[in-house]
Every structure is written in C-alpha cells, then in structure tokens.
Design a protein around this ligand. Structure first.
Ligand SMILES: [Ca+2]
Ligand SMILES: [Ca+2]
Ligand SMILES: [Ca+2]
Length: 214
C-alpha cells in the first residue's frame, strides 16, 4: 500500500522505529505513468492513501467536497464539509465580491478557513482502491437552502488541477492543488474564479510494504 502525505517523513528515530516494526520498505517508488490524478480520472495501479489539506474557500455557498466512484456514480467519502457558508457568515460584515477574479490569498469573496470555523478539519485522507476510477464532487448549497448544485472534477469547467501528487513543494503549492469553480456547469453563467473551494493533495510519497514473511 502506498501513501502520499502532506509532509515529508523526517527524522531517523521515526524511520528506525518503523524499520524495527518491519513496516517500511527500503525505498519509495514514483507515482507511475499509468496512475492518473487529473480532470479525466483519479486512478491508481495499487491501493493508495492520499492525504488532503483544506486551504481556503471563496464562495457564498456552503460546500462539501467528496469523492465519487465514477463507475457506479456513488459518493464514497467526504473530505471537507463547510460547517457554515463562510467565516463571517451571520456577523453582518459586508462581503466584497470581485466577480471573475481569483481571490486565493485574499480576504475577498466570502473567505472560508479552518481558523475562522468554516471547515473543522485541516487534513483528511482517503484510500483509493487499485484500478478503480474516481473523481471528486463539490456540492454547494445557498445559505437559504434554495439552490443546490453539484459539480464534478471530471469537468474542467469546475475543477483546475495544478501540480502532481509527489511533486513536493513547488512555489508554495504542495503536491497537487485542486481549485474549484462551484458554478462550473456546462451552459451556466459562470465567473471562472476557481477559488470557491481550494484543497491540495499529497506532496510526498511514502512506500509502506508488508512485513516480510518469516
Ligand atoms: Ca463557502
Ligand atoms: Ca465561482
Ligand atoms: Ca468565488
């Protein structure tokens, strides 16, 4: 089983401990060419646990990010769920909208963070089974509950992937960043901001082998 985590495993003590326990094989294999972590499909040639980090959201709706099995079209797990639509929700604080621009890194456009209580967990992980086709979904509900829409990562109108799972830290993005436009439905009037929900996946690969048979 392979694991792709947010942080490099550092420290000899930890490594030695794991080796004594017989849990870590001697080296990590690269993410293979036939593995895919893209708009088309999320698919691995072996069982792979990926750790995700919620970065921030900039959308007025209350969103949930989860994983679906593309063959059965069934949701199979939730990674992050907004507990309220955005940090300042209910405070009466006016939100500055800048329609059509990407507001990552700013306070604009309905900022949602872990520190601000919009999302409870900064990290989540999911084990993708080998040779199974997955995608991500983002479900967003308006604060009144009147409008509900779901977009899939298999549409590049909805999700933009940047970087690869085992690419470490590249220019401040660790692993693969997935940035969403929650109104990214075909034919919809959309703002192409790709900041409504932003997560990063993986970063550093750890190979975990079975203890040798004795
Ligand atoms: Ca939101
Ligand atoms: Ca949007
Ligand atoms: Ca937005």
């Amino acid at each position: 089983m392979r694991q792709i985590k947010r942080k490099r495993i550092a420290g000899l003590g930890l490594l030695m401990g794991a080796m004594v326990a017989g849990l870590i094989s001697s080296f990590a294999t690269a993410v293979r060419a036939q593995d895919s972590f893209t708009n088309q499909v999320i698919e691995f040639s072996e069982d792979t646990t990926v750790e995700f980090e919620f970065k921030e959201s900039h959308g007025a709706y209350q969103s949930t990010l989860g994983i679906i099995n593309l063959d059965t079209n069934q949701p199979v797990g939730v990674l992050f769920k907004e507990a309220k639509p955005f940090d300042a929700y209910g405070s009466g604080e006016r939100q500055t909208r800048s329609s059509g621009s990407n507001n990552i890194g700013t306070q604009f456009d309905y900022l949602g963070t872990v520190d601000g209580g919009t999302v409870q967990n900064r990290l989540a992980e999911f084990t993708f089974k080998a040779n199974t086709r997955y995608g991500f979904y983002l479900e967003s509900v308006s604060p009144t509950g009147q409008t509900r829409r779901t977009v899939l990562s298999s549409s590049n109108l909805a999700a933009a992937f940047d970087g690869s799972l085992d690419s470490g830290d590249h220019g401040g993005v660790v692993g693969s960043r997935i940035a969403w436009d929650d109104d990214g439905l075909p034919g919809a009037i959309k703002d192409d901001d790709f900041d409504d929900f932003v997560v990063e996946a993986g970063g550093y690969q750890i190979q975990v082998g079975c203890p040798p048979a004795s």
